[in-house]
Design a protein around this ligand. Structure first.
Ligand code: NAP
Length: 347
């Protein structure tokens, strides 16, 4: 018998998610024999990501289906395989995978919409969801393969103090670009300047982004790495240089709304500016993760790159942590460590 606590969807959120939208179920994991291709994992550390919100209402804009009422909430987690009927994932293998908000999950790795990220033997669960995480890889591929950032360019990053954004800022800086970050408090802006080495930071809650961009980027923006969308996207579009590139990484300002994420107001600005707008998902680049992780490691070892991790403890914290993310009440990458899981009993 495997005791299993699971966070399920109690009701569809109306606007911002609230704690009553979730229900904790104290149950057991189905321990009937695994089907061919199935694995059972223990979820050790969860990454609490904005995209989880996108699956709490139907229809979803994404490539993943909405979670039904009573369904277990899905999210990326660092896990250990504890039973396996899949030759590629033997017992003991550690992976980062689209798992579920529970102690133990049964998964079909080959049927998941996001590839499985292997964890190297010398890598901790925290590092696998921290500096070497899919979020860092997102920043890496967004800033290199999609933005193709170059020395001397002016780069603007929204959601700059967050998990993806802060790494994107640092990678642009390492490429020799001039980096402007946008974040939601004076504290976050200070941290961006002091720890991430951005050239300037804009506190969008207390400053006029339009006015600050006019001063900070008088000749325009070469690359806009967008995590937020909405009004900030529009203000960036207004200041893009000719042949500028807009990397659409996420649109968090729209995840609580029902209408989807709107684009720029006037597409003729894109035409006359010869501007490229490109979306991407990190899974597009799974074949290149060894190269990316090697670069991340090299920069970390040279003290040129760091990630701030906001580590919370206990499976019970998952919904409140997700809610914090949408209030900006996170200091960097949000992880929830499942360190209070009940022990498996034998009967
Ligand atoms: P994060 O930036 O660490 O946390 C989210 C931050 O977004 C909050 O701290 C808050 O910062 C800001 N925010 C929250 N609600 C907002 C709103 N309504 N308007 C403006 N800002 C808001 O989260 P993350 O995990 O790194 O994700 C960042 C973005 O990357 C998200 O859009 C996510 O969907 C996207 N993403 C994309 C991929 C991909 O493959 N394309 C992969 C991972 C993540 P402030 O206090 O600064 O407002």
């Amino acid at each position: 018998m495997i005791p299993n606590r699971s966070w399920t969807l109690a009701r569809h959120p109306a606007g911002a998610a609230s704690i009553d939208d979730f229900a904790l179920v104290d149950g057991q994991c189905d321990d009937s024999p695994l089907q061919d291709g199935e694995i059972m994992v223990r979820n050790h550390v969860f990454s609490v990501a904005p995209t989880i919100r996108n699956r709490l209402n139907a229809p979803t804009a994404g490539h993943r289906s909405a979670i039904p009422i009573g369904g277990v909430i899905g999210g990326m987690a660092a896990c250990e395989v504890i039973a396996s009927a899949h030759a590629g994932f033997p017992v003991g293998r550690r992976i980062v995978v689209l798992s579920q908000w529970e102690d133990v999950s049964r998964l079909r790795p080959d049927a998941l919409p996001i590839p499985v990220f292997p964890i190297a033997e010398d890598m901790s669960f925290d590092a696998a969801l921290g500096i070497y995480s899919p979020n860092s890889l997102t920043a890496y591929f967004g800033m290199t393969a999609i933005a193709q950032v170059r020395r001397g360019e002016t780069v603007l990053v929204s959601g700059a103090a967050g998990s993806v954004g802060s790494v994107a800022c640092q990678i642009a800086r390492l490429a020799g670009a001039r980096v402007i970050g946008i974040a939601g408090s004076a504290d976050k802006c200070r941290w961006l300047a002091e720890a991430c080495g951005v050239d300037a930071a804009i506190d969008y809650r207390h400053e006029s982004v339009a006015d600050r961009l006019r001063v900070l980027a008088p000749d325009g923006i070469h690359v806009f790495f967008d995590n937020v969308g909405g009004e900030i996207l529009q203000l960036a579009v207004d200041r893009m240089r000719r042949h500028g590139r807009i990397v659409v990484c996420g649109q968090i300002s729209a995840y609580d709304g029902a209408g989807g994420a709107a684009g720029p107001r006037d597409m003729m600005r894109i035409v006359y500016g010869s501007i490229r707008i490109q979306g991407f998902v990190v899974g597009d680049h799974i074949d290149d993760i060894d190269v990316a992780r090697a670069d991340l490691r090299r920069w970390c070892e040279a003290d040129a790159l760091s990630m701030r991790v906001d580590r919370r403890r206990g499976l019970g914290k998952l919904p409140s942590t997700l809610i914090d993310l949408f209030r900006g009440a996170n200091a960097g990458t949000l992880l929830v460590v499942n360190d209070d899981a009940p022990a498996a009993k034998t009967q």
